[in-house]
Design a protein around this ligand. Structure first.
Ligand code: AMP
Ligand code: ZN
Length: 119
């Protein structure tokens, strides 16, 4: 593994309901929850339930999972009422790409910005 690891992984713990989070969506493949330190009015993380450290650790067999995660982000955006207004999906990858939690996640960000940590 070329990137830093942070085990025990906090997102694995959230997926397993062993750590607290404000869950927005959960099924057998992905979990979505509110970011602990939101940078905007809406800031939700979508993570695969299976531990995958980053985009660099995806296999070709994981491509459908990424499509699924994007679909979940779209559904959440629609469900929370900001799909039409617009939103951003961000995947920080590797320490040099701003990644701090090494469990793959999509940032779903919308509404008024409160901070400018990402992007
Ligand atoms: P990144 O910098 O792309 O790896 O993003 C990691 C994100 O995870 C940051 O926006 C953090 O605020 C968020 N985060 C870290 N720990 C937690 C947690 N326990 N619950 C929810 N969000 C978290
Ligand atoms: Zn993990």
């Amino acid at each position: 593994m070329s990137q830093p690891e942070n085990r025990p992984c906090i997102f694995c713990k959230i997926v397993a309901a062993e750590a607290p989070a404000k869950i927005v969506f959960r099924d057998e493949r992905v979990t979505a929850f509110h970011d602990l330190e939101p940078i905007a009015e809406h800031h939700i993380l979508i993570v695969p339930n299976r531990h995958i450290a980053s985009l660099n650790d995806l296999g070709p067999e994981d491509e459908p999972l990424i499509g699924y995660m994007v679909g979940v982000a779209r559904q959440i955006a629609a469900g929370q009422g900001f799909a039409d207004k617009g939103y951003r999906l961000i995947v920080n990858t590797g320490a040099g790409g701003g990644q701090t939690v090494f469990h793959l996640h999509l940032h779903l960000i919308a509404g008024k910005r409160s901070r400018f940590r990402i992007g």
